[in-house]
Design a protein around this ligand. Structure first.
Ligand code: PXG
Length: 289
């Protein structure tokens, strides 16, 4: 496997970062998780737009144009002869001295890994996920904006560990006011009657690219949706539920905190959205060659 590192394609065994990189020392950096479908980098522009905003928010000046990064992404996919895959784009603050200050770092590192992805096992797309609410709260947006896709994922990792310890694959994270924010790596949608609800990003959710794509599909399919603060009660009493994410795509949820959602089977609208999503993934993006 070839890894892109600052302009070079190197063997995975040789793809190494310095122990003085603030990405490693402090989680100081940003990333994107992107999908490649049939040689098409899905919504590459949207991912690069989010990367640019994350960089701006953490005062990291990207020394490459977005077009240079886009070409590097495509080049890495080509070098690995990928047709379908998962692209992990990482920008670290780079090497600096010990100490938190970002000012000691002036050489950000661009790393691109293009690999295969293990989705949730297929059975969960057919039968739906059982999830829990994590006791680990989503970090306060005033402390670290959840819109920034930073290398600080310990908050989410601990909530994911709560899920795993409970025998689940995902967990709902509440914000510090007790409203639903998102799952550890996925956005949340529920349906009550004829309307879909998803928490606003101000509740502590990442502005997911898949979330945005699904909202567009809902418009096309004529499904009503609103952004709204949601409680656990709203989730438990929903008629239908699914999660969205680059890795997960659209995955049904049938049980939350041992409360059965709807009739305990993935909903019809969820299936239609997943179908519609699959239809557009290999056309809505940038071809790698
Ligand atoms: N919320 C969080 C906290 C995320 O990290 C999403 C929602 C869904 O957003 P997208 O844009 O993917 O629809 C994410 C997604 C990885 C990795 O290893 C990436 C994510 C989650 C977990 C792992 O690349 N990001």
């Amino acid at each position: 496997m070839k890894i892109y590192m600052n302009g070079d394609l190197v063997d995975a065994a040789d793809a190494k970062v310095s122990v003085f990189d603030h990405g490693l020392l402090y989680g100081d950096g940003i990333f994107e998780g992107i999908r490649l479908y049939k040689c098409c980098v899905y919504k590459l522009e949207e991912h690069l737009d989010r990367l640019e905003k994350s960089a701006k928010a953490i005062l990291l000046k990207l020394p490459w144009s977005l077009e240079e990064i886009a070409e590097a992404v495509c080049q890495t996919c080509r070098a690995n002869e990928l047709v379908d895959g998962y692209i992990r784009l990482v920008v670290t603050r780079g090497v600096g001295t010990l100490g938190l200050s970002h000012l000691s770092c002036n050489d950000p590192q661009l790393i691109i890994i293009a690999d295969k992805i293990t989705l949730y096992p297929e059975e969960f797309y057919t039968n739906g996920l059982k999830i829990i609410t994590s006791p680990t709260r989503r970090i306060n947006p005033a402390a670290l904006a959840p819109m920034v896709k930073s290398l600080n994922y310990l908050n989410n990792i601990l909530a994911k560990a709560d899920a795993n310890q409970a025998g689940c694959l995902e967990a709902i994270m509440l914000n510090d006011q007790g409203y639903v924010a998102e799952c550890t790596g996925d956005n949340i949608f529920i349906r009550h009657k004829d309307t879909w609800f998803t928490p606003p990003t101000s509740a502590g959710a990442l502005r997911g690219i898949t979330r945005g794509a699904v909202l567009d599909l809902m418009d096309e399919l004529g499904y009503k949706w609103v952004e709204s603060n949601l409680t656990r009660y709203d989730i438990w009493t929903a008629d239908e539920m699914f999660l969205t994410g680059t890795a997960a795509e659209v995955i049904p949820v049938v049980d939350v905190d041992t409360r059965v959602i709807g009739d305990g089977k993935p909903g019809e609208q969820t299936h239609r959205l997943l179908e519609a999503f699959h239809q557009q993934v290999s056309t809505d993006g940038r071809m790698i060659r």
